[in-house]
Design a binder for this molecule. Structure first.
Ligand SMILES: Nc1ncnc2c1ncn2[C@@H]1O[C@H](COP(=O)(O)OP(=O)(O)OP(=O)(O)O)[C@@H](O)[C@H]1O
Ligand SMILES: *[C@@H]1O[C@H](CO)[C@@H](O)[C@H](O)[C@H]1NC(C)=O
Ligand SMILES: *[C@@H]1O[C@H](CO)[C@@H](O)[C@H](O)[C@H]1NC(C)=O
Ligand SMILES: *[C@@H]1O[C@H](CO)[C@@H](O)[C@H](O)[C@H]1NC(C)=O
Ligand SMILES: *[C@@H]1O[C@H](CO)[C@@H](O)[C@H](O)[C@H]1NC(C)=O
Ligand SMILES: *[C@@H]1O[C@H](CO)[C@@H](O)[C@H](O)[C@H]1NC(C)=O
Length: 399
């Protein structure tokens, strides 16, 4: 239903490429993955069943999956021309991930994760090393400041920015910059219904992933429209399940935030801006092959779905503005909830773009879709082939 409506308003087809870009801010690293029959004993000598190198890092993995789902997406994070980074950049190119605005420095060597996958338990054990940028390098050039580079982005290109919660101070300063951009949009919106620029000049939705069990990440919560809370983070706060996590986290989030929590084979749960809980079971594959990046896959699938819903929502608002009389056809469309349509819209507020597109129904669809795609992912090695899974699942979930 959504896609046929979408075709009506944009004229031709519901090409995913019409949907504005998603930017993921975070880290890319080299993953060295050893698949073993079981997790090794300390000080033992074990042969692995298989080994591979792959591009990793949460934001970078999320981009891979977004790209496979047909979104245009960009990665923003430190790169260097040092060894291994060539491999990472070539791989991003292969997956059509834009990385053209990344800060680049010779002083940065590649972060590396060593990962042990256990076939007997399905666990993934990660040892991560991130060589921090030397302070001297940071002081040398203003260019090397992540925020300065971030400010060079043309924010009109993005409808959504996802932050992998890492350095809290740095992340907040980037979010504040986005906030200022949002405000400038509101000021520049013409006084009288000139909505022709609306699809591009859309306020940016911010999502944040609280992944590492570091309590300082909590400071990011009040800035997020959509927050992903990992089970590792939840456990570090002493929560035992998803509903407890959502209940407590919503107290720290900004009002109107959407909070999402995934929990391995228990699936995922989320809380709408109005405090309604939705839940999806996991969809395990016949055989668990590779759980590395399941969380990143889930996040990407949810972002994909919500960004699509947002785009359609904004297109609809545009049509409603353009058609003065009530049209039954538009009123009956099952996107978002009817009572939120404002016919005499106050364009100065731009309020409707906030998170009104996230309703109980759209959030339910998003996490169900996330669990389907993440479930499919744990059944395959790496990410290749997810686009085919998506081909089968997309119709089901969208309609
Ligand atoms: N064993 C599993 N069986 C089925 N689905 C799974 C399994 N593990 C993960 N998933 C799916 O992946 C989603 C994300 O899981 P979770 O957040 O536990 O991943 P994660 O351990 O953080 O992954 P990673 O850290 O490697 O990115 C779950 O909501 C679920 O849908
Ligand atoms: C990515 O996320 C997983 C959990 O989802 C975490 O265990 C892993 O360490 C993260 N990787 C990096 C490079 O931060
Ligand atoms: C965060 O980044 C700033 C520079 O932007 C740096 O000064 C600070 O040490 C970093 N903090 C951590 C915990 O890495
Ligand atoms: C940008 O504007 C949108 C819509 O008003 C809002 O939902 C979002 O929170 C704003 N983001 C920031 C970082 O201010
Ligand atoms: C909008 O129009 C009203 C009346 O037409 C005017 O008083 C007001 O200053 C205008 N606002 C802006 C931001 O131009
Ligand atoms: C979640 O955990 C809390 C605290 O441990 C417990 O009281 C509650 O019953 C649990 N809820 C579910 C659905 O398991």
């Amino acid at each position: 239903m959504i896609s046929s409506f979408y075709e009506k308003i944009v004229g031709s087809s519901s090409q995913e490429s019409n949907i504005p870009k998603i930017l993921c801010v975070g880290l890319t690293c080299l993953d060295i993955v050893q698949t073993c029959k079981r997790f090794p004993k300390e000080d033992s000598d074990l042969s692995s069943v298989e080994h591979r190198w792959q591009r990793g890092g949460n934001a970078s993995n999320t981009c891979t999956v977004l790209s496979l789902l047909g979104d245009s997406c960009e990665f923003f994070g430190w790169l260097s021309s040092k060894e291994h980074f060539n491999f990472l950049q070539n791989d991003m190119q292969k997956y059509k991930i834009d990385f053209s605005h990344c800060p680049l420095t010779e002083d940065y060597s590649c972060p590396v994760s060593t990962v042990i996958l256990s076939l007997s338990s399905g666990s993934r054990t990660i040892i991560h090393h991130n060589p921090n940028l030397p302070e001297t390098a940071l002081e040398k050039f203003k260019e090397l400041n992540l925020l300065e580079k971030f400010k060079k982005l043309n924010l009109l290109d993005y409808s959504w920015i996802h932050f992998e919660g890492r350095n809290t101070t740095e992340t907040i300063s980037m979010i504040q910059y986005v906030e200022a951009f949002n405000h400038s949009l509101i000021k520049e919106t013409p006084n009288n219904s000139q909505f022709k620029n609306l699809p591009k000049d859309v306020p940016i939705t911010i999502s944040v992933e609280l992944e590492k069990p570091k309590s300082s990440l909590l400071d990011l919560l009040p800035y997020a429209d959509v927050a992903f809370i990992s089970k590792d983070f939840a456990k570090s706060r002493g929560y035992n399940n998803m509903s407890e996590t959502l209940k407590h986290m919503s107290l720290e989030a900004k009002s109107g935030a959407t909070i999402i929590c995934a929990w391995g084979d228990r699936g995922a749960m989320a809380r709408t801006p109005h405090g309604i809980m939705v839940q999806s079971p996991a969809y395990p594959p016949l055989r668990i092959v590779d759980t590395l990046g399941a969380g990143d896959t889930f996040n990407a699938a949810v972002l994909h779905h919500l960004n699509k819903v947002k785009t359609i929502f904004i297109e609809r608002e545009k049509i409603i503005q353009a058609i003065p009389e009530n049209s039954d056809e538009i009123l009956n469309l099952n996107i978002g909830s009817k009572h939120e349509i404002k016919y005499n819209h106050n364009i100065e507020s731009l309020e409707y773009c906030k998170t009104k597109f996230i309703t109980q129904a759209t959030l339910q669809e998003a996490i169900t879709f996330g669990c389907h795609i993440a479930g499919a992912k744990v059944g395959i090695r790496g990410y290749d082939g997810l686009n085919k899974v998506f081909g089968n699942k997309s119709e089901m979930v969208i309609s």
